[in-house]
Write a protein of this length. Structure first.
Ligand code: FRU
Length: 511
């Protein structure tokens, strides 16, 4: 693995990124013996997508990561596409001599000779009895194939307590398929879902299926099916992720919403192929999600140097009952608070047009939390990663008349690597009790915005020039009341002299 200082232009300072070379989907996320494992689609020989391996890292706090050697290598069955890892607690597979161990269930993708980008996709196993440090390919691979399916990949497996069986959900082109197994080796087809449901703007990929309590009520649970959909030239949004809510009856999934309803997990451009950790202990109980922070529309062209791509921050998923039905909410994992350095904390502050309470803060790695009453303003928001002259930056704003939360990255720095990267996009968002809550995570190449407690999330890549560290609070057409405003610098997760990429501008007194 190439050496890196993790200080290159655009290198995320607290998001997971590979030390070198290309990364896409998170894979095999599992918690085992005190460690969160994160495997990922990895091309160790280049900075663009290519023959796929599984890269590997572990963390005890979801924030600091130890990079480990490549876990899975291509073999005679093909490249290693996306998949999951389970803890086989009772050795149902027989791989572990009666003990518990890790089993990876993934897609072997084998190029079909004399075709362009056509693969034979089959599901396979690998196992590890040393906490994921070394892996053995199962000699009986592949364990599941279907010659009729061209796209047939990304198995997510979990132990179903009621059925006392393993359940697999995988993506088969325009729908999900479900299978059951007693031992991870023999799989029985049980059902399918989705041919006529949700969005079909692109090929279905990377599903995940899990149960969540509604409003925290353990007696009232619903199933969530996450499905990523690939890029398509007709859709400017590129690749993105939808979810369904309903019931898994042990054989197939039933959505509780009309077939044409589409629920987006993220309204930004750069959160794809995300799935959740398996086997998080019950005493913790969280359903923790991470997504690939890129978009197949331009992922191969982003202007980084020796590595390409990062993951989103880890997020906790919950279900809440809203007026329009049950909805998925996302909250930043609490562990990220360990990186905070308080830069500003204010409450009950009126901000008039033209005033900038963030004037004296500089930083490229920040967290901002604000609770706002729009009063008579026409528009308000932030400019982050701003240039000294104030012309460049990424603008996050709320249009009070149209009630739309917008992100504008047209002047966010380097945008010319793809014609559809520089864009303005947004989504309708209603205030709650007359207020809006905005929670922002800013890193050297990204912005993640959690609005109204994570009901609406926008995740976007940006590539600001290195001296763009200004912050601006913008109000136009009136005034707003900031009920609270907190700004934190976020320390880098990499040790070293540049450990604190945040500061107050000189002459500023801390609050
Ligand atoms: C999603 C995806 C998966 C596939 C992997 C290949 O981004 O296309 O469907 O397994 O990437 O790298």
């Amino acid at each position: 693995m190439k050496q890196t200082q993790f200080k290159e232009p655009f290198r995320p300072q607290y998001h997971f990124s590979p030390p070198a070379n290309w990364m896409n989907d998170p894979n095999g996320m599992v918690y085992f013996q005190g460690e969160y494992h994160l495997f990922y689609q990895y091309h160790p020989d280049g900075t663009t997508w290519g023959p796929m391996y599984w890269g590997h890292a572990v963390s005890t706090d979801l924030v600091h990561w130890e990079h480990l050697p490549v876990a899975l290598y291509p073999d005679h069955n093909g490249y290693i596409f996306s998949g999951s890892v389970v803890v086989d607690w009772h050795d149902t597979s027989g791989f572990f001599g009666g003990n518990a161990g890790l089993v990876a269930v993934f897609t072997h993708s084998e190029p079909i000779p004399n075709t362009v980008n056509l693969y034979k996709q089959r599901q396979s196993l690998a196992y590890s009895s040393d906490s994921g440090r070394s892996w053995t390919m199962y000699e009986g691979n592949p364990v599941l194939s279907d010659d009729k399916q061209v796209d047939f990949r990304d198995p997510k497996v979990f132990w179903h307590r009621g059925l006392k069986q393993w359940v697999m959900v995988l993506a088969a082109g325009d729908h999900c398929r479900f299978y059951a197994s007693p031992d991870l080796k023999e799989w029985e087809f049980t059902g399918e879902f989705g041919k006529h449901e949700g969005s079909h703007d692109g090929v279905w990929e990377c599903p995940d299926l899990f149960e969540l309590p509604v409003d925290g009520d353990q007696e009232r649970k619903k199933w969530v099916l996450i499905v990523s959909i690939g890029d398509h030239q007709d859709h400017e949004e590129g690749s993105r992720t939808q979810y369904f809510i309903g019931e898994f009856d042990g054989r197939t999934f039933h959505s509780e919403n009309p077939a044409d309803a589409v629920l987006w997990l993220d309204h930004g451009r750069d959160n794809y192929a995300g799935v959740t950790w398996s086997d998080v202990p019950e005493r913790d109980g969280r359903r923790i999600f991470i997504g690939w922070m890129s978009n197949w529309k331009y992922a191969n062209y982003t202007p980084t140097s020796t590595w390409r791509s990062a993951m989103t921050i880890p997020r906790v998923l919950t279900l809440r009952e809203e007026a329009e039905g049950s909805r998925l909410f996302q909250a930043p994992a609490a562990e990220l608070k360990s990186l905070r350095e308080t830069l500003l904390s204010r409450s009950n502050l009126w901000v008039e047009t033209g005033e900038n309470p963030l004037n004296n803060i500089r930083g490229k790695s920040l967290e901002i939390i604000a609770e706002i009453e729009p009063d008579d303003a026409a528009r308000f928001g932030f400019r982050i990663h701003g240039s000294k002259q104030g012309e460049d930056g990424t603008v996050i704003s709320y249009d009070c008349f149209n009630r739309r939360l917008m992100l504008d990255r047209r002047r966010s720095g380097v945008v010319d690597f793809h014609e559809q990267f520089g864009c303005l996009h947004g989504e309708r968002l209603e205030p709650v009790n007359g207020r809006l809550k905005l929670h922002l995570f800013i890193d050297w190449c990204s912005v993640e915005l959690f609005a109204n407690d994570g009901k609406l999330v926008i995740t976007d890549l940006i590539f600001p020039l290195s001296d763009c560290d200004r912050l601006e609070w913008c109000v136009t057409g009136g005034r707003i009341k900031l009920h609270s405003l907190e700004v934190y610098g976020l320390r880098t997760i990499y040790a070293g002299p540049a450990a604190s990429p945040v500061c107050l501008a000189s002459g500023v007194e801390e609050e």
